[in-house]
Write a protein that binds this ligand. Structure first.
Ligand code: SAM
Ligand code: SF4
Length: 449
């Protein structure tokens, strides 16, 4: 096992590079009363303002309703034809009530909010008036500090009322689920969007002045090199600010899975899928879209997604709604995932929390590696200041391996995924995380979901 001590920065926790005192040759004695650790001489002067500085908070709202269940999708959703307007109204009321409950129960009332994210499901199936009520409740409970306000939309659901409503509410980042610009590929997914409808919706969104992201999905049924390249080129041609390229994940509750089991469906293979992704990343880079995370590429590397990056860097984020999850003040927690169960708890004035984990110091250190690398880089100096640990020393072997494989660049205090590493972002995070876990010895929890 590695000697962790050599990698700790001093033994003061002060972040200075001092020689570690060696007490191993000292005989037991009763001298030297320990007053405080680290000793006060390492404490910094600070103003009252610094001490009371509030940590930023990010809010996520889950809207679990959709027009249809797309054949590839595994998210827990209810389709509109099977849920009534009354249920959605109850859900919106429950979200407002949960905000009020959480603000007090978790002492978050008055905290400064830096980002708001409406994800799903399909948030754009909720009426603008309902969204306005949620926003009013947020404003009553928290202090909004020019937040990034993100809203996910399926293009076919966008109408004039919605676009005006979103602008009035201060939505400044719109994320469209596009998946493909090839109408044949889209039709096979069970969606009713078309290239024409998608393009019209994107142009309308761009006119509002919001930052516009589009999601593409690599590995869909019927995808060919030609259709994939068309989608990437179309995304670039539309001049959106950001393009997110997800790799298709298969889960047992997706229609795709039952079709595959019955031998009715075969999807692009692993080699084909990675060839799509590699071509897409190269084409995006050549067109000035640089990785902001390992799956989102933004024009000239600008327009970073504050919500997701802050969350991966460990800032507090609270998730509201059925199945929503987040981490606040060192606790990760997730709500009940069934809509009925969620509604019943909130409507009775009870917490809808299903599970909680208090993060240990080791969890924080691991989280900052595994999730941090999703942002494509880890600042070793910042890591040292936060955790008092020389990651480059503790993970020397693992880093040397990933550098040798051409997946990571290690330059001074910066670890950065290479272009090839971007294709294997979570693998690199897990690889380093596993090394850190070995150094901690004993933590055997798998790093996969
Ligand atoms: C909540 S949805 C976006 C909004 C809206 N529901 C829509 O689809 O237009 C977020 C994204 O998840 C991605 N997604 C859905 N199913 C996926 C799967 N099986 N594997 C990977 N990504 C998936 C899609 O790219 C989708 O745009
Ligand atoms: S991809 Fe989007 S619209 Fe389709 S089922 Fe999943 S969340 Fe709903």
């Amino acid at each position: 096992m590695k000697n962790l001590k050599i990698a700790l920065v001093g033994d003061t926790g002060s972040g200075t590079d001092e020689t570690v005192p060696d007490y191993r040759n000292e005989a037991p004695n009763r001298d030297g009363f320990v007053v405080a650790w680290p000793p006060q001489r390492y404490w910094k002067s600070a103003s009252e303002d610094d001490l009371s500085a509030e940590k930023p908070l990010h809010l996520y709202f889950h809207i679990p309703f959709c027009l249809q269940r797309c054949r590839y999708c595994f998210f827990k959703i209810e389709i509109l034809s099977e849920s009534s307007h009354a249920v959605r109204e109850r859900y919106v009321n429950a979200l407002c009530r949960e905000i009020e409950q959480v603000a007090d129960a978790h002492r978050l009332r008055g905290r400064v909010v830096k980002s708001i994210y409406f994800g799903g499901g399909t948030p754009s199936v909720i009426q603008p008036e309902q969204l306005a009520r949620i926003k009013t409740t947020i404003e009553a409970c928290f202090r909004l500090d020019e937040p990034e306000f993100v809203f996910e939309i399926e293009p076919i659901t966008l109408n004039n009322r919605m676009i005006d409503g979103l602008a009035d509410l201060g939505v400044n980042r719109i994320s469209f689920g596009i998946q493909s610009f090839d109408d044949r590929v889209v039709a096979l997914t069970g969606r009713h969007d078309t290239d024409e409808k998608n393009s019209r919706a994107i142009e309308r969104a761009l006119k509002t002045g919001a930052v516009v992201n589009i999601d593409l999905l690599s590995g869909l049924e019927g995808e060919t090199t030609e259709s994939w390249q068309h989608s990437i080129n179309r995304a670039i041609g539309l001049g959106v600010h950001a393009v997110t390229v997800y790799k298709l994940e298969l889960y047992s509750n997706a229609h795709y899975m039952s079709d595959i089991r019955q031998g009715k469906l075969s999807l692009p293979g692993v080699d084909e899928e990675i060839a799509f992704a590699r071509w897409g990343l190269a084409r995006l880079r050549d067109s000035g879209y640089l990785p902001s995370t390992y799956f989102t590429f933004t024009r000239e590397g600008k327009y970073p997604q504050r919500h997701i990056i802050s969350r991966w860097r460990g800032e507090d984020m609270y998730g509201f709604g059925a199945s929503a999850f987040g981490t606040v003040s060192g606790y990760s927690r997730q709500n009940l995932s069934e809509i009925d169960a969620y509604l019943a708890r909130v409507e009775s004035g009870l917490s809808p929390t299903q599970r909680v984990l208090e993060l240990s110091s080791a969890d924080h250190m691991l989280r900052d590696v595994v999730m941090g690398l999703k942002t494509t880089m880890i600042d070793l100096g910042e890591y040292r200041r936060r955790h008092g640990m020389r990651l480059d020393v503790v993970l020397a072997e693992e880093l040397a391996h990933l550098v040798h494989e051409g997946l990571i660049d290690h330059n001074g205090d910066l670890l950065r995924l290479t272009d090839e590493g971007v294709l294997y972002g979570d693998y690199c995070g897990r690889y380093l995380g596993a090394g850190l876990r070995r150094a901690f010895s004993g933590d055997t929890r798998p790093l996969r979901a």
